[in-house]
Design a binder for this molecule. Structure first.
Ligand code: HEC
Length: 124
């Protein structure tokens, strides 16, 4: 589409529809997350004490694997198929996702986990 008022109107309408769609609660069929908020949450939850995370100041931990290009990784923790829902579930409760692994449960609410997952998917 070119840069003309009609195409802008179409884009604006599509964005409006997407926002209406987002009004519902996050569920397996309507995954959504706010990547910018997720980036702040990654700082606040101090994921960087254990992970090297591109674009997050001071996140250079080496307890867990670096999260470079995690958005295109095939498996989470070498075991779980990488999908937005599985990523959010991992962040919410890694011990439920893969019992006994070395990442602790941090008590992260679902909404925060989804926003963090959205941020992680920007790492390609
Ligand atoms: C106390 C250290 C620690 C903290 C804090 C921590 N993690 Fe982890 N994380 C780990 C370890 C260890 C693993 C590796 C688990 C495995 O592979 O069995 C891991 C794995 C992961 C993976 C999968 C990586 C891969 O290569 O498959 C992701 C994604 C992840 N963590 C995200 C986060 C996020 C986001 C936070 C903050 C909310 C966080 N972690 C906080 C230790 C930590």
């Amino acid at each position: 589409m070119g840069d003309n008022p009609a195409s802008r109107l179409i884009i604006a309408s599509l964005l409006g529809l997407a926002m209406i769609g987002n009004a519902g609660a996050a569920g397996p069929d309507n995954f959504n997350g706010d990547a910018r908020r997720g980036a702040d949450l990654v700082k606040n939850y101090r994921c960087g004490t254990c992970h090297d995370i591109p674009g997050v100041a001071g996140a250079n931990g080496n307890v867990g694997p670096p999260l470079h290009r995690i958005g295109t990784r095939t498996y989470i923790a070498g075991y779980i198929q990488n999908s937005p829902d599985n990523m959010a579930a991992w962040i919410e409760d890694p011990q439920k996702a893969l019992p006994g692994n070395a990442m602790p449960r941090m008590g992260i609410p679902q909404k925060d986990a989804r926003d963090i997952a959205a941020f992680l998917y920007t790492l390609k």
